[in-house]
Ligand binder design. Structure first.
Ligand code: NAD
Length: 252
């Protein structure tokens, strides 16, 4: 089976951010036509400039916490390119806070709304289109913190564990209908999200390096290539699984 994405149509949520931007580029490089979706118009347009892919790439503003917005995104994708084969549900936020008992309910709910309910809403919007056309591949961005925990990240850790559960549940329900559903679990990736954390907690990055046996942090490209493979027919028997791309983070 080929790992080409020729003829396929993909969308990437959080497509204006570090991982999403590079994933959109790699999907285009592998032959797909791609809709970049993001809450931020500036970030989304930055991705269009970065890819410079002409008609093969389009930006649509979308909010993963809003079902109507995600349904509009799927419809806009079909209107533009005729179908939806690959969905990378990748939008996420990071709130590093105090210990669990001092996290406010509002802070907790906000992270869950984007990182977990956002993935549910995204799949709820995407699956009917994939069913109507006979199949597709969904790749949800979880994290190493979907299988492990670190301090001060209770909401984030919870959300990413939830993404893995949701991925499994969707795979059990839809794999026999042609829709494969998998999760990608990045280790710590050098993106604006990590820079922001380093500003708040100087030394954060060095501490995290020790958790990556490979001796470096990841790059968005490391994740993008896994997403492209999972989206392709080369991954035809992969569903309901978690694909760690983490420099050995979860091996320790
Ligand atoms: P990033 O902050 O660079 O990008 C996230 C993007 O999501 C931003 O462009 C933002 O505008 C967008 N976004 C936020 N809320 C949204 C919403 N409601 N609707 C639509 N778009 C929204 O972050 P990143 O590092 O590229 O992270 C991407 C994903 O990878 C996230 O789910 C994150 O949790 C996960 N992840 C990141 C790392 C890492 O080290 N960077 C590690 C593991 C997992």
């Amino acid at each position: 089976m080929s790992n080409s994405l020729d003829g396929k149509v993909a969308l990437v949520t959080g497509g204006g951010g570090g991982i999403g931007r590079e994933t959109a580029k790699v999907l285009v490089d592998h032959g797909a036509r791609v809709v970049v979706a993001d809450l931020s118009e500036d970030a989304g347009n930055g991705t269009l400039e970065y890819i410079d892919g002409g008609d093969a790439v389009t930006f649509v503003r979308a909010d993963v916490t809003d079902l109507a917005s995600m349904q509009h995104l799927v419809q806009a994708t079909v209107d533009r390119y005729g179908r939806l084969d690959v969905a990378h549900n990748n939008a996420g936020i990071e709130v590093t806070g105090p210990d669990l008992a001092d996290v406010t309910v509002e802070q907790f709910d906000k992270v869950i709304a984007v990182n977990l309910t956002g993935v549910f809403i995204s799949m709820k919007a995407e699956i009917p289109q994939m069913l109507a056309q006979g199949g597709g591949s969904i790749i949800n961005t979880a994290s190493s913190l979907g299988q492990a925990a670190i301090a001060h990240q209770s909401a984030y850790v919870t959300s990413k564990h939830g993404v893995i559960g949701l991925t499994r549940a969707a795979a059990v329900e839809y794999s026999d209908k042609g829709i494969r559903v998998n999760a990608v679990l990045p280790g710590v990736i050098q993106t604006p999200m990590i820079d922001a954390l380093e500003e708040t907690y100087p030394g954060f990055k060095d501490a995290l390096l020790t958790k990556h046996p490979i001796g470096r942090l990841g790059t968005p490209h490391d994740i993008a290539e896994m997403v492209a493979w999972l989206g392709s027919d080369a991954a035809a028997f992969a569903t309901g699984s978690q694909f760690a791309v983490d420099g050995g983070y979860l091996a320790i």
